[in-house]
Every structure is written in C-alpha cells, then in structure tokens.
Design a protein around this ligand. Structure first.
Ligand SMILES: [Zn+2]
Length: 410
C-alpha cells in the first residue's frame, strides 16, 4: 500500500514537471539577415510570449536586452551562445537562459542609427531591425555636418530616420512628408518582390490550376525589363527563380539595398467567384472585411491575428512612409488600369489599405499589387496570357514613372 502511494507521488511529480515543461515557450531558432549597414534578426518561438526590453549604455558599448518570459532555449540554441558580426551597429548577439523561465537575447553595438522591434504571429516571432550609419568606415561616423556640399538625397535620408515623437505623426500635414517632397527625392533603386515561391505556391487558380507564384514571377521580370530598359533606375528582385523566401527576408532585402520603392506583386482569390480586376494595397490597419481576408491570405495567418496587429501598426506606422505609400499605390493602380483598358474591360478593385507582413518594417514607400483574381475564370484566363502579363507589367512601370514625376512636382 505504502509503495503504491510513493509511486503515485513520483508519478504526480513527474507529471507536474512535464506540465511545466510544456507550458513554457521554446525559443526555437534565431535567423538573421545581415548587410553592411542593416541587419534584421528574427526570433522564432513555439508560441506567443511576453517580453521585456532594456537598454544599457556604457562608455564604449550599448547593450540591448530582450527578456523572453516563460521561455526556454531549444537544444539547437543551447550550444550556440554568440553570433559575432563585428560591425559598429551590431557587434554580436548573445543568447542565454537567464533564469529558469527567462531566455535572454542581448544585442551589443557601439552605435546605432535606429532600431525597432515588433512581434508577428502564426508562427509567433519577434523581428528586430537594426540600422547602422550609412557609409560607416573604420568605425568613424560620417555625419552630414562634415560635408560642405550636402547632397539633397542625404538630407532627405537623415530627416526620414529622425526619431518620431509618439503621437505626433498624422496622415495629413506630416512634416516629414512635405520635406521629402520639397527635396524632390529621386528614385535610384527599386526592389521588386514576386510573391511566394518554392514550397509556397500562393493561391491556385480555380479553373486551370494556375499557380500564383509562377504568374507573379513572370510579371515581376517584365516590370524589371521595362524599368531597366527605359530608365536608369537600378532594380533588384527578391527572387528570380522558384524559391521560397520568408516574408521577413523580403523586406530586409529591400531595406539593405536602400531601395527607394518596394513593390510586392501578387495574384488574388476570393470566395465570390465574380470578383475580378486590379487592386493595390498600402500598409495600414483596416476594418474592411475584404482587405482583412486578403491580408490574412498573403500573411498565411488568420483574420483574427490581423485584428491583433492593430496595436503594432499604430506604433510602426509612425515611422513608416504612409502617405508616400498611399500616393504610390494610387499612381500604380490608376496608371495600370488606364493602360489595360485600352485592351480589356478590367475592373477597378480600388486602392486599399491592409496590414501585410511583407510591408511591415519597410523603410521606403511600399505597396502590394494584386494583379488579378485567380478565382475568376476570365481573370485566370487573362493571367495565363503572356500578352496580358506584359501589359500589366507595362502598366505598373507607367505607375512608377508617374509616381516619380509627382515627386518632382509634375
Ligand atoms: Zn500572394
């Protein structure tokens, strides 16, 4: 009898322990995309957690702590204590189990121009963006003050990255916005982002099984052709082949290239099979059911988690180029439609706002073009035609040109 009681106690003890273990989140992995003056770090967690941040400044270093509550390190990370970068704006990252239930990630740097972090869901991950000083050389900070002939572009860049006072940035009358316009920023670099790829086919056509990833890659290559053929703008593509690229990496790539514009190209699907036409999105929170469902699909998350982005967006949109993105979206939408309508009856599905992961954290005007609905028979047929894809690409190119013209006050 007594023996049994002991066994029960041991059993309860083990059971309790295993319960504790399954209750904590696991910091599964740390991914990073690091470039000369910009690094994006992504912490992958097994489930949503709360975390605390702290910054410690010392003579020759600054340390930024993230304490992940109720989190344990994965086996993979237990052996990996440091990731060394040796750059002024990011020297190294250290990972450790600070307390039994708190995992700690420390970023150490000498000086940093800007850093921001936010959490994304499904799967839960924390994204940290760190911007160094552009043109950093041998640890000497190059500032605009030292330059006798300040170039317009540089001033624009610097003013754009000034910390924004919370709660002061508004859509209308935004000072940063008019400043950028006054300085007539030129567009030198564009990043084109064909959606999906590899294991992620995107949406699949209802009638002919057309894959979104294939159609949008083809359109993006055609846009690239027109831009490089007719302008001196440098174009980078997030992918040129059928490969999978995480959403966070696409934005990171655009930031690292110091792109002046970012265009993510997609094809759509809707429950309503009659839905047909072009729509262009810019990043913002929305309550529109249709926009929420499009964002949920492109983010590979649920509509509910789109609602939960509200708080994050309030924070992040203070520093991103909202108005410019909206204007850019309008130019692309209406130039493309105007051009397409020479050939087809193509409905206007409007310029809309929605929280797309791929646009979050972009430091330039960024839009997402839904070129057509693969859930509609006629629209899918059109998207299968190379002549149509060519025209839609030419339309997007005209939109880019229109937007640049508008920057120059024309
Ligand atoms: Zn898509």
């Amino acid at each position: 009898m007594k023996k049994n009681r002991y066994l029960i106690l041991i059993f309860l003890f083990l059971w309790g322990n295993s319960l504790f273990a399954t209750n904590s989140a696991i910091l599964k992995d740390i991914r990073y995309f690091s470039y000369k003056d910009y690094t994006r770090v992504v912490l992958d967690l097994s489930k949503p957690i709360r975390y605390k941040e702290k910054e410690l400044k010392e003579k020759d270093r600054v340390r930024f702590f993230l304490d992940l509550k109720n989190t344990v390190l994965s086996k993979k990370l237990k052996g990996k204590k440091r990731i060394v970068f040796n750059r002024n704006y990011i020297r190294e990252i250290r990972i450790g189990q600070f307390k039994k239930d708190i995992a700690r990630v420390v970023l150490e740097f000498k000086e940093v121009k800007e850093k921001k972090h936010f959490a994304l869901k499904q799967p839960f991950r924390i994204v940290i963006d760190i911007f160094g000083t552009r043109g950093e050389k041998n640890g000497i900070k190059t500032t605009i003050k030292n330059s006798n002939k300040p170039n317009k572009k540089k001033i624009g860049k610097i003013s754009n990255t000034k910390p924004v006072k919370t709660g002061t940035a508004k859509l209308d009358g935004d000072k940063k916005f008019s400043m950028a316009r006054q300085l007539a920023l030129t567009v030198k670099t564009i990043v084109l982002d064909p959606g999906h790829g590899g294991k992620d086919p995107g949406t699949i056509g209802k009638y002919y099984k057309t894959k979104e990833k294939t159609v949008v890659l083809d359109i993006a290559k055609r846009v690239e052709y027109y831009i490089t053929r007719y302008t001196k703008i440098k174009v980078y593509m997030t992918r040129r082949t059928d490969v999978f690229i995480p959403l966070e990496e696409r934005t990171a790539f655009a930031n690292s290239k110091h792109a002046d514009l970012f265009i993510s190209i997609h094809a759509n699907s809707a429950k309503n099979r009659k839905a047909y036409g072009l729509e262009t999105f810019w990043l913002n929170f929305t309550t529109d059911a249709h926009s929420i469902s499009v964002a949920a699909k492109e983010n590979a998350s649920s509509s509910r988690s789109i609602w939960e982005l509200k708080g994050l967006l309030k924070k992040i949109t203070l520093t991103s180029k909202l108005i410019e993105s909206r204007i850019f979206a309008q130019k692309v939408q209406y130039s493309t439609l105007y051009y397409l309508r020479r050939y087809y009856r193509y409905p206007d599905y409007k310029v809309r706002k929605a929280p797309f992961y791929v646009l979050i954290g972009a430091s330039m005007p960024a839009i997402l073009v839904e070129t057509g609905f693969l859930s509609n028979r006629t629209n899918e047929r059109l998207l299968r035609m190379s002549s149509f894809r060519n025209r839609i690409a030419y339309g997007i190119f005209l939109g880019v040109k229109k937007y640049i013209k508008s920057l120059n006050g024309k």
